[in-house]
Design a protein around this ligand. Structure first.
Ligand code: M6R
Length: 615
């Protein structure tokens, strides 16, 4: 993980780096640092601190640093704990570097460098990169560019890195292999960063770099090479992203804003793809997808974390709506089993960031079997979109809170759209089931407004849950993944232990956990399992569990026992496939309120990062 940025131009690099790093903080925030070439002395000045960018900015106050060329880093520790010594940038002789990724053979390279007389000041894998560059420049008399390129050729693993060289050349050097990197240009100079939002305050003219690219930045422009020094053609394009979308807009936290934005995010995702007139679905890459869907015998969904829960919902939808066999895999596990997969398989990766290393690797693994690939991604131009044969973008807008909310519901909407699209290809009779689902999907944004209004009553649950040591979330069928998602939300932002269970599994073990101190959050949908779910709840109540219920208002008349009825929040009744969205929203809000009550860092919970770019 980690976020990196570099700047060269006419502005004070310190301001540019700090502003950019604030926007990259979602990638890691346990320590940070910058290095600039000081305008007065011509020396490299390196300032690092443990903690967030705010701490680094405070450290910079009063230093009055000024320089027009510099690099910056925000870290999520992989090798070595978050200390100032391990914080980037790392330096050796004339070279200073910031790095995102993992140097897998660093131990071997480190040993070799130690044998050449080098000593190390940090425990990071990154330091070998900068020492190797120095070694080649000093001992093989290579120029800056060649020395860095040679160092990179020694490295196994993933990297996006930016090098600052203290010399008369006044250049920055960047490189990318399996970690994201973009360059930007404006009248004030040239920029390089881990992602586009970091550069939006300065420019919208962006160059997406590819694996193997090496860039040389001067105040006037960017030249791209491969690692052998051959020129490579890349172009700048103007991106259509709104910097204001990445602001809090009056909300206390990004997560809160993102929860309330969900009706808009859903509408922006559904409307461009689904005609209100004839319910026809228009997807990009439609011809390719149509050929593939007519020919495949199996679908695999791969994803991590919250996106994996969306994938689980996808299995229910695709199997029951389309009658296609579906497997769902955690991306981090997929590569390490022996899946039965071939060119009659479609592998659909789901990812908000499009940069999750496990998901990217799993997709590449699937491709090696000749499988067709499609990804459902939020971040435009991200790595996963470049790896996939087809892409369906969710239009959630930038999601800054580490806990995924609007990205999740738009992933679910995109899955339904893909389901409708596939139905149109595979089934002859389109009329009833198809139109009912399409119509329901179009109405979903306004239903979600109503869900948000009703969710205010959740505040009455907050205190009891916020003092609990552990919570259970129960659901069945298509709401089982939502029970898992509710539990994940609570754990990651409130640090309360929580587990999601398929309610029918309780009697096979977990019911032993139930006592008066255990809040149990139950999700009840109408339909064949409503009765069974109600029995599962009564079993928990009978053992003293403290039950809270979210239920479909369609079953209101059949009622709950009187004691339970006080703790029921009724949710709008929707198409079965859309109920995961309707139930997810109050669970996000519940986790949010509990986290606020407990005073945790809602947007940047401990030990996490928004984008997990290491395996
Ligand atoms: O960007 P991705 O959707 O690939 O990220 C996957 C997970 O890291 C992510 O969903 C994570 O679980 C969230 N923090 C959950 O809120």
């Amino acid at each position: 993980m980690c976020g990196i940025i570099g700047y060269i131009g006419s502005r004070n690099a310190v301001d540019v780096l700090i502003e950019g790093l604030k926007r990259l903080e979602y990638r890691g925030y346990d320590s940070a640092g910058i290095a600039i070439i000081d305008n007065e002395t011509g020396d490299v000045v390196r300032i690092r601190s443990v903690g967030k960018i705010k701490t680094l900015s405070e450290k910079l106050i009063g230093m009055n640093l000024s320089g027009n060329i510099g690099i910056g880093h925000t870290r999520w520790a992989t090798h070595g704990p978050p200390t100032e010594e391990n914080a980037h940038p790392h330096t050796s002789g004339p070279f200073t570097v910031v790095h995102n990724g993992i140097v897998e053979n660093y131990a071997e390279l480190k040993e070799w460098l130690i044998n050449q007389g080098y000593s190390f000041e940090s425990e990071t894998d990154t330091e070998v990169l900068v020492k190797l560059a120095e070694y080649y420049s000093k001992n093989e008399l290579l120029d800056e560019r060649q020395a860095i390129m040679k160092a990179l050729k020694d490295v196994k693993g993933s990297y996006a890195a930016v090098f600052l060289a203290k010399s008369d050349s006044r250049k920055l050097y960047g490189c990318k292999h399996e970690s994201p990197l973009v360059a930007g240009i404006s009248d004030d100079g040239v920029y390089v960063a881990s992602d586009v939002p970091a550069l939006l305050p300065f420019t919208r003219k962006i160059m997406y770099l590819e694996d193997g690219d090496f860039i040389e930045l001067t105040p006037d422009g960017v030249q791209v090479f491969d690692l052998n020094g051959n020129a490579v053609q890349r172009r700048f394009e103007v991106v259509d992203m709104n910097p204001v979308a990445a602001e809090k807009g009056g909300f206390r936290h990004f997560m809160q804003k993102e929860i309330y934005e969900q009706p808009r995010a859903l509408s922006d995702t559904i409307k461009p793809y689904l005609s209100m007139e004839n319910y026809k679905v228009f997807l990009p890459n439609a011809a390719y997808l149509s050929d593939v869907i007519s020919a495949i015998t199996k679908i695999f969904f791969i994803a991590c974390g919250t996106s994996f829960h969306a994938a689980m919902v996808g299995k229910y939808v695709f199997e029951s709506f389309l009658n296609i066999p579906v497997e769902v895999d955690l991306a981090s596990e997929f590569r390490y089993r022996v899946p039965v997969i071939d060119d009659k398989s479609l592998v659909i990766a789901i990812s908000q960031s499009g940069e999750t290393a496990d998901t990217k690797s799993a997709l590449s693994f699937a491709k090696s079997f000749g499988a067709h690939t499609c990804s459902i991604v939020n971040v435009v131009g991200s790595s996963l979109t470049r790896l996939s044969d087809a892409v369906v973008y969710t239009h959630a807008g930038p999601e800054i809170g580490v806990a995924s909310t609007k990205a999740f519901v738009t992933q679910l909407a995109a899955l339904i759209l893909l389901g409708l699209f596939s139905y149109g290809i595979l089934k002859d009779d389109k009329e009833d089931v198809y139109s009912y689902l399409a119509e329901s999907l179009l109405q979903l944004p306004s239903v979600c407004e109503e869900v948000l209004r009703r969710s205010d009553s959740l505040r009455n649950w907050v205190h009891e849950i916020s003092v609990a040591k552990s919570c259970l979330y129960l659901g069945r069928n298509i709401l089982y993944p939502i029970a898992l998602e509710g539990a994940l939300k609570l754990k990651e932002i409130s640090y309360i232990h929580a587990e999601g269970y398929a309610a029918g599994e309780m009697k096979h073990g977990p019911i032993a956990l139930i006592d008066e101190s255990m809040p149990v959050i139950c999700l009840v949908q109408r339909g064949i399992l409503a009765e069974k779910m109600r029995s599962n709840i009564e079993e928990v109540v009978a053992r003293g569990g403290n039950v809270f219920v979210l239920a479909d208002e369609a079953i209101k008349d059949s009622g709950f026992s009187e004691s339970l009825a006080k703790k029921v929040i009724w949710l709008p009744s929707v198409h079965e496939f859309l109920s995961p969205i309707v139930f997810a929203i109050p669970l996000q809000l519940l986790a949010y309120y509990v986290a606020v009550e407990r005073g945790t860092d809602v947007d940047q919970p401990r030990n996490l990062a928004k984008s997990v770019t290491v395996e």
